[in-house]
Design a protein around this ligand. Sequence first.
Ligand code: FE2
Length: 347
Amino acid sequence: MSQVAARPMIDMFREEMALCEVKKGVKVAVLSEGGQLQDYAAASVSAARDLGGTVEHVHLPAAAGGVSASERIANIGQNSLSKHHEAMKTCKGADLVVDHMLLLFSREQIEMQKAGARVILVVEPLEILRRLFPTPDQRRRVEAAEKMLQGSKRLRFTNDAGTDVTYELGDVPVLTEYGYTSTPGRWDHWPGGFLATLAKPGGVNGKVVMKPGDIIYPMMRFVEKGIEFTVRNGRVVEVKGGKDADDLEAFIATYDDPRAYAISHIGWGLNERCQWRVDLPGIGMDGRAYYGNVLFSLGPDTEFGGANDTACHLDLPMKGCDLYLDDEMIVRKGELVPEELRAVRAA
Ligand code: FE2
C-alpha cells in the first residue's frame, strides 16, 4: 500500500512534524485516500515515528471517480470519511491529523478539531513545500498580524487604479495560516503565510479595480487590462472591464449560482519567499501568500462559519495596494509597514 519515501523528503517532513510538536506520547493519524499522495503518507508516517510519535496510517479506499486536489478544492466539504466510522474515530482520538486527503473545512474536519485534534493539510507539490518551508518567524509575524486584525473595526484598501473599498469588521474569527500547528483543535496548511477574515454581513462597500498583472485563482491567469468590481452591501453588483471581465463572468456563469458574487474573505500575505507567478504547480500558494499582497475573494464563507457554500470560489491576489486597519497603515504599495510584520529579506 505505502511507497517507500526518499530520505531527503522524510527529513523535510520530520522538520515539519517537529514544528507541529510531534514527540514521544503524541498520537498522530496520517490520513490518505486511494492512490493519492502515498509517498507523502509514507514520509509523514516515517517522520512522525522518527520523532517518537504513535502513528497510524488511516488509509481510505479511493473515492469514486478519483478526486484530485484541484477537484476537491472545487467541491469543498465532499469526502468519503463520513462512511468510515473507524477512521473518523482514530482521527478524533489523535493529537495531530496529517491530512493528505484535503478535508478542507468539511463537517468531518470540524468534528476532529472540536475533539481537540490539530490538523495540518499537506497536499502541495514537493517543490512548493520545500521552497516555502514555514518558520517560527513566519508564525510570529502572522500572529502579530492576527492581533491587529482581530482588534480592528474597519479594513480599507486602495490602489492607484481606483480601488477604494471598506470592510466593516465584526466578531468573525481571523483565519491564520503560518504553515504548521502545535495548538489543540487548530487547523493549518503547509506552507502558509497569510491571514484572512470576513466583514459583518452586508458590511462591504466600495470599488475594487484589479490591475494588469493581478492574479485570478482558480483560473491561474493574470489580469490583462483591468477589472472593476462595484461592491454594495457585501455583494458585487457590477463587473466592468472588457475581455478580462467577460472571461471572469463566463467562468462564474458556469456555476449558475448568484452567491458567487458575495464578497468573501479579506486579508494579506506575509510569506517573503512566494513568487508572483501563475505557472507554478499546485493550487497557487505563491500568489495567495505573497508578501504584501491584498487577497480579495468572492464566493463561499464556510471556512469562517458562514452559510454561503457556493462551489464558485475566487481568490484574487492584488499587488501594490495600500491597506489600512482603522486608521493605521498596514500595507503601503505592497510593502508591510508595521515593524513586527516585516520579514528580514536579503537585499
Ligand atoms: Fe478563498
